[in-house]
Design a protein around this ligand. Structure first.
Ligand code: KIV
Length: 282
């Protein structure tokens, strides 16, 4: 049986230069396959709003949505590190709301840590949640929940002024007590500097090499085609496979090619007895 990694394993992986590979997962089967494949971590991202629920942003996603998906992933991957992503509105208000909602992720969904977006401006939230005994992963750079303030889904840290803010955010997240940091859509030069500077593991989604990589499951499997960020490598085309399978099934049903004898349950008594039964109802 796979041994579940701990926060100490992730620290040691950084020290040894061993990469951490992880994806998002929102449901039981993906979690099951992720664990079978040997993923180091699974993030139940609030990206589920777009990938699973069909919203055009993460903003409408609720605590209840996140908890239900975290529970499914936990059941599918009992021996994998699972990260619960705090949705918009669950920590922006006060430190105390942030702690109460982080506690729900741990108690009701059994996740191993929570992730929240922001650097300097959420430092007190990270400190409060950490002080409550809950592990926090920071998330800086392109932070989708505040994409409006960033002027859209735009890469961050591309000029010196903005890179300075990204570096200050990274330092603030570590200082506030986070056990790791995710950087999204930042140039590799800035990520490399932060990875070297920080003691905690630094992970990337579209931010170049560091201590590990995250991809959105629907992007890397070719399931979500509405938009594909530059940083995605597609490892399969499940959308094409799925549509092909659906089309073949429709054709088989319409032509009578499905079902055949192998797909039905057989009677356990002589046919004549059934004929007699049917006669009773004629
Ligand atoms: O919700 C999510 O999947 C995320 C990633 C974009 C990092 O937060």
């Amino acid at each position: 049986m796979k041994k579940k990694k701990t926060v100490i394993d992730f620290m040691q992986m950084k020290e040894k230069g061993e990469q951490t590979a992880w994806i998002t997962a929102y449901d039981y089967p993906t979690a099951l396959f992720g664990e079978q494949a040997g993923m180091d971590m699974l993030l139940v991202g609030d990206s589920l709003g777009m990938l699973v629920m069909g919203y055009d942003s993460t903003i409408p996603v609720t605590m209840e949505d996140c908890l239900a998906h975290c529970q499914s992933v936990r059941r599918g991957a009992p021996n994998t590190w699972v990260i619960g992503d705090m949705p918009f509105g669950s920590y922006q208000t006060t430190d105390s709301d942030a702690v109460n909602n982080a506690v729900r992720f741990i108690k009701e969904a059994g996740v191993d840590c929570i992730k929240l977006e922001g650097g300097q401006r959420v430092a007190s939230r990270i400190r409060a949640i950490t002080d409550a005994g809950i592990l926090v992963m920071g998330h800086i750079g392109l932070t989708p929940q505040s994409s409006g303030q960033l002027g859209g889904f735009k890469a961050q840290g591309r000029d010196v002024k903005n890179a300075r803010e990204v570096i200050k955010d990274a330092l603030a997240v570590q200082e506030a007590g986070a056990f790791s940091l995710l950087i999204e859509a930042v140039p590799p030069e800035v990520t490399a500097f932060i990875t070297e500077k920080l003691n905690i593991p630094v992970y990337s989604i579209g931010a170049g090499p560091c201590d590990g990589q995250l991809l959105i499951c629907g992007d890397m499997l070719g399931q979500f085609k509405i938009f594909t960020p530059k940083f995605v490598r597609q490892y399969a085309d499940l959308a094409a496979v799925t549509v092909d399978a659906f089309k073949t099934y429709i054709k088989d049903v319409k032509s009578g090619a499905f079902p055949t004898d192998e797909h039905v349950y057989h009677i356990t008594e002589p046919k004549e007895k059934f004929e007699a039964l049917f006669d009773e109802f004629k």
